[in-house]
Design a protein around this ligand. Structure first.
Ligand code: GDP
Length: 297
């Protein structure tokens, strides 16, 4: 579907006279191709522009080593710079779940994969870290959402908070906290309601719940195929409730994953996990190296 960046660049460099070092013009021409590749990978324009500028400064004047072609060399410089931007502080995939019961708040828009990711993460914490996890759905708007979490809980062998009709989200959160404390759970995960668009009610509700449970992690779950929209959603949630990390879902789709770069460059928040399918095991620790390779094609 996409021509790989390496192929494009070798075309560019074939037309250039080989010199001992990458000249400013060589680099400029190559970076024009890089910019197109980034835009095709759904990186936002300002982010692509800034990124290319940074790489241009790094690449100009670098001597061309004999073992690689100038095209390969530029690809390597770009790849390393991408990894640099994509790498967040701390260990990817690590969650603050000490001092039990540790609350994890899951936020995001409807359909982004929040409920599925809550269950996937609960499974991972249970199986890989030996934690006792309790999950609770705060989605009072779609009764099916509560059932969905309960069904997933049964499937993966993780407890869910019993459903009590008519309770407000903040009261369900309080009940989850109480049950997690009394039941000796290590972690309790709160799956908040999503909306099709961000609105005051949604944000107010998440703020209220956050103030009551004081989450150790607030993870934003967003569809990685929505590109710039995902970044805007992240900014809004971060402004209002403060997020500690991001989970990008649908990275099994055929998008090139450029949202990851924009997300890091614009919000500065660590991407902790990527969703790679609908199954309960389809969640992986975010790997900058792999995404960089995918963005470049
Ligand atoms: P919510 O409204 O944010 O809670 O979204 P759901 O968890 O209900 O997910 C919506 C749909 O997306 C469901 O059909 C999920 O199976 C699917 N889904 C979630 N994560 C992924 C993913 O990483 N890849 C794919 N292909 N589908 C996903």
């Amino acid at each position: 579907m996409f021509e790989s960046l390496s192929d494009r660049l070798s075309g560019v460099f074939d037309r250039l006279t080989k010199q001992g070092a990458l000249s400013e013009d060589d680099v400029k021409t190559a970076l024009r191709e890089v910019r197109v590749a980034l835009l095709e990978a759904d990186v936002s324009l300002p982010v692509a522009r800034d990124f290319v500028k940074k790489v241009q400064e790094q690449a100009t004047g670098q001597s061309v080593t004999k073992s690689v072609t100038p095209g390969q060399q530029v690809v390597k410089i770009v790849h390393d710079a991408l990894v640099d931007v994509l790498t967040g502080e701390g260990e990817p995939g690590a969650l603050k779940v000490d001092s039990p019961p540790a609350p994890i708040l899951m936020v995001g828009l409807q359909g982004g994969g929040k409920t599925t990711t809550t269950a996937k993460l609960a499974k991972r914490l249970t199986e890989k870290e030996g934690k006792r996890v309790l999950m609770a759905s705060l989605d009072i708007y779609r009764p099916a959402a509560m059932d969905q979490l309960a069904v997933l809980g049964t499937q993966i062998g993780v407890d869910t908070l019993p459903i009590v009709p008519g309770q407000k989200p903040v009261d369900i959160a309080k009940r989850a906290k109480q049950q997690a404390t009394m039941g000796g759970y290590d972690v309790y995960m709160l799956d908040t309601a999503g909306r099709l668009h961000i609105d005051e009610v949604l944000m107010g509700e998440v703020e209220e719940v956050s103030a009551v449970v004081n989450p150790r992690e607030t993870l934003l779950v967003v569809d990685g195929l929505t590109g710039q929209v995902a970044v805007e959603v992240a900014q809004e949630f971060d402004d209002k409730v403060g997020i500690s990390g991001v989970v990008l879902t649908r990275m099994d789709g055929d998008g090139r994953g450029g949202a990851a770069l924009s997300m890091r460059a614009v919000t500065g928040k660590p991407i902790k996990f990527v969703g790679l399918g609908e199954k309960m095991d389809a969640l992986e620790t975010f790997e900058p190296d792999r995404i960089a390779g995918r963005i470049l094609g």
